[in-house]
Ligand binder design. Structure first.
Ligand code: NAP
Length: 445
């Protein structure tokens, strides 16, 4: 065991969005476990947008303390036990889940870690936040077979799973939003979305809020020419992909017909056009690209790349001509406004995240104001519920068993990107905020 442990600290308070220069990777003495503490070596940790909020001041009432210069960042991790008290219930070599990511080693007090079993085929999938997507869809928005679902932030950690889970639960049409034409295509071709719509980003020429965002998409020749949402030619013709009315209750749900028959999956043509994939100095590994079971549906899907210059509400109205029944909202802002505008009567909205406010360079990251037309809520009888993590806990064992089954059968995949090395973690955070990756961003140690 080394004598020292590296960790990532907030070096200076950023003015605007955090960048790598606002962090320092420092060496600290090896933590010495106190009474009842478990010494762990982190194997993976999650790079979460919530860090922007913690750096920006935290949210009143939220259970997570803010970060100040000199503090070590924290977040969900998967760790290997190095030593444990005799009565801890874990042995050296066991995997546990503490909230002390962003460091190589940690001494974790009792009650601040949970043991991991092999319910999921890949331990890193425990960082996937799929329980949030599942709970939001089943408990908060009460998805019904045949519903039209809109997932804002549809390519993110939660969203990339929410779209697939909605499909697996029998949604009739699934629409996702994202920040680049490349990711919009991938939503349709890899994750089974029927259509994708584009938020405003500098790559689309509508704002310069994120000058570095999605720079690799500027090469897309279609980006400026077609204002239609990414639509799925398959949606109208694929009789194998009908909503599965049983899926919501069947814990032994069989693999999707498309997944089971995908033996001729072609290499992902997009990979060649993504200047980022595989060439980044970080050597980030996108473990999802081109490997998803749903990708098999895509050999014959023809995504139409949008320009994204249409107002967001118009894109969404085109993508959901009959309106939406369910919103899983990771974003807020104009995406929530648009969802209200196109909602069908009786629509159910689960508000999970606040990316529009959280990752705004003009706000501190701890507020997410949005003006909504409450007349529309009344007239349409729209139900809006804020998602809380206690609801996620309620899904608990039911969810983990189901997620493991889906992953093993290949019905859904865990889209994520692995960035190797703690020294690259600040840059991984910067890239996640900039929308460079699809799915959950994980640092692997
Ligand atoms: N309620 C709860 O208990 C709970 C629990 C966990 C997380 N959350 C929240 O849920 C939300 C989603 O979490 P996540 O981990 O899945 O994050 P995420 O979507 O993976 O976040 C990164 C993505 O945000 C998008 N983005 C960047 N700037 C944006 C902007 N200005 N406006 C809109 N989108 C922007 C980019 O995707 P595109 O380029 O594809 O748009 C980027 O890839 C976050 O707000 C998070 O804090 C809530």
């Amino acid at each position: 065991m080394p004598g020292r442990s590296r960790e990532v600290q907030l070096a200076v308070q950023p003015d605007g969005l955090p960048k790598p220069e606002h962090f320092a990777v420092v060496e600290a003495p090896m933590p010495v476990p106190g009474d009842g503490e478990v010494l762990v070596r982190n194997r993976f940790f999650h790079v979460s947008p919530a860090l922007r909020t913690l750096i920006g001041g935290s949210v009143k009432g939220a259970p997570f303390p803010r970060l100040r210069p000199g503090d070590t960042l924290y977040g969900k991790a998967i760790a290997e036990v190095m030593s444990a008290p005799p009565d801890a219930g874990v042995q050296p070599g066991d995997l546990v889940q503490p909230w002390l990511g962003w460091r190589e080693y940690a001494a974790v007090p009792a009650g601040q870690w949970s043991p991991l079993d092999d319910a999921l085929p890949d331990p890193a999938a425990h960082l996937g936040q799929a329980a949030i997507a599942y709970t939001a869809l089943t408990r908060d928005a009460r998805l019904r077979p045949g519903d039209t679902v809109f997932v804002s932030g549809g390519a993110g950690g939660i969203g990339s799973l929410a779209g697939q889970i909605a499909r697996a639960l029998g949604a009739g049409r699934v629409i996702g939003s994202t920040g680049s034409p490349d990711k919009a295509k991938r939503l349709v071709t890899e994750l089974g979305y029927d259509a994708a719509v584009l938020r405003r980003t500098p790559a689309l020429g509508t704002t310069d809020a994120h000058p570095e965002t999605n720079a690799h998409d500027e090469t897309n020749p279609l980006a400026a020419t077609d204002a239609r949402p990414v639509t799925d030619a398959l949606a109208a013709t694929d009789t194998q992909h009908e909503p599965d009315a049983l899926a919501a209750t069947d814990t032994q749900h069989e693999p999707d017909a498309l997944a089971a028959t995908d033996t001729q999956h072609e290499p992902d043509a997009l990979a060649a056009t993504d200047a980022h994939a595989g060439t980044d100095a970080l050597a980030a590994t996108d473990t999802h690209r081109g490997t998803g079971a749903l990708a098999g549906a895509d050999a014959h899907r023809e995504a139409v790349v949008p320009g994204g210059t249409d107002p967001f509400v118009d894109q969404l109205a085109k993508a959901a001509p009959d309106g939406i029944d369910v919103l899983v909202d990771n974003v807020g802002g104009e995406q929530l406004q648009a969802a209200i505008a196109v909602a069908r009567p009786g629509a159910r909205f689960a508000i999970v995240g606040t990316l529009a406010g959280q990752l705004s360079p003009d706000l501190a990251g701890a507020t997410a104001p949005v003006e909504i037309d409450t007349f529309q809520l009344i007239v349409k009888g729209i139900e809006i519920r804020g998602f809380g993590s206690s609801a996620e806990d309620a899904a608990g064992p039911e969810w983990t068993e189901r997620f493991g089954g889906w992953l093993r059968s290949g019905e859904i995949t865990f889209p994520h990107v692995r960035v190797a090395g703690i020294e690259n973690a600040p840059r991984a955070l910067h890239e996640m905020i900039g929308g460079r990756h699809l799915g959950t961003v994980i640092v692997e140690l």
